[in-house]
Design a protein around this ligand. Structure first.
Ligand SMILES: [Mn+2]
Length: 321
């Protein structure tokens, strides 16, 4: 089996647009609202510019504050979640229309709904195929009937596939009125915490999940080869990077740590192989919680990994291994 190495010169990428969404409206702990600034403080823009990328910081979106209320009919803060996602949808869609590569700085993972809805709409209009890599400790495939908490950051994948309230499932107004995504477009990687009812639902819907056991058994390289297989020049690759994907030993600054995640090297390989695919066209960085971090080290690590995602290589060899 050969693994093609990237060309010596990096492919030319479009300008990247940073979009801050400072909210924890869908989370179970406060603090992810400080994520965008922590990523900026960790030097995200300068790190990307160092690799020759043009980076536009669009600043932060401004939405409703977090009322910190209990769930109503299975959802916490649904009206505010809808408002934030409409803002994210509009901002991400506008960048895609200008030919830019949007980078959403969350914020909690409920915002993946607005971001990926915009990407799905853009792909439908431009005739692109869409592949979504969901890097996460959780499947985020809950519904109001299944969720133990009502926190919408546990539901975005289900909503994107059409299971949820219309205000969230119809954000993209897809041609034909269907959901933004079909489960066959999604690959989940790093999963290790799934609620009981959610697990059944993931199987019923046929989501392709590369859980931690898969990574243990066959290694990150083979997992990523499978997760990236079947893409071509017409594929738009969206990466939704929940920082809780990483092992809490290296990434303590998240609200929902789950032990047993990818190590530093496994995470680097994951990002490098995505970069090698040459298809990355939009990105979410979510769930970074500076209130729980240690001297911003999780933000610094996230920036380091995002650099690899955009092609920073520490490779010492010039021929395939
Ligand atoms: Mn998540």
């Amino acid at each position: 089996m050969t693994h093609d190495l990237p060309a010596t010169l990096p492919r030319s990428l479009p300008p990247c647009s940073l979009i801050g969404a400072p909210t924890d409206i869908g989370a179970g702990a406060r603090g992810a609202s400080m994520g965008p600034e922590a990523l900026r403080v960790a030097g995200l823009q300068a790190a990307l510019e160092l690799h020759g990328l043009q980076v536009l910081d669009r600043g932060n979106l401004s939405g409703p504050s977090n009322p910190w209320q209990p769930p109503v009919d299975g959802y916490r803060h649904l009206p505010e979640v809808v408002q934030w996602n409409r803002l994210v949808y509009g901002a991400v869609y506008a960048e895609l229309q200008q030919g830019h590569l949007p980078i959403l700085l969350g914020g909690d993972h409920s915002l993946g709904l607005g971001s990926i809805s915009a990407v799905a709409r853009h792909c439908a209009e431009s005739g692109k195929k869409l592949r979504v890599l969901w890097l996460d400790a959780h499947a985020d495939f809950n519904t109001s009937a299944l969720t133990p908490s009502g926190n919408v950051h546990g539901m975005p994948v289900a909503c994107l596939c059409g299971f949820g309230p219309a205000e969230l499932t119809q954000l993209a107004h897809m041609p034909g009125g269907g959901p933004a995504l079909h489960p066959s477009q999604i690959r989940q990687i790093g999963i290790r915490s799934v609620d009981a009812g959610e697990k059944r639902f993931v199987h019923e819907q046929g989501l392709e999940v590369f859980d931690m056991r898969a990574i243990d058994e066959v290694g990150m390289r083979q997992v990523m080869e499978r997760a990236l297989a079947g893409m071509d020049a017409d594929t738009h690759l969206h990466v939704s990077f929940d920082v809780d994907f990483l092992d809490p030993d290296i990434a303590p600054g998240v609200g929902t740590t789950v032990p047993g995640g990818p190590t530093y090297r496994e995470a680097q390989l994951c990002m490098e192989m995505i970069a090698d695919s040459g298809r990355l066209a939009s990105l979410d960085i979510v769930e970074l919680n500076p209130a729980l971090d240690v001297r911003n080290k999780t933000a610094v690590l996230a920036v380091d990994l995002v650099e690899s995602l955009f092609g920073k290589s520490t490779l010492m060899r010039t021929r395939p291994f």
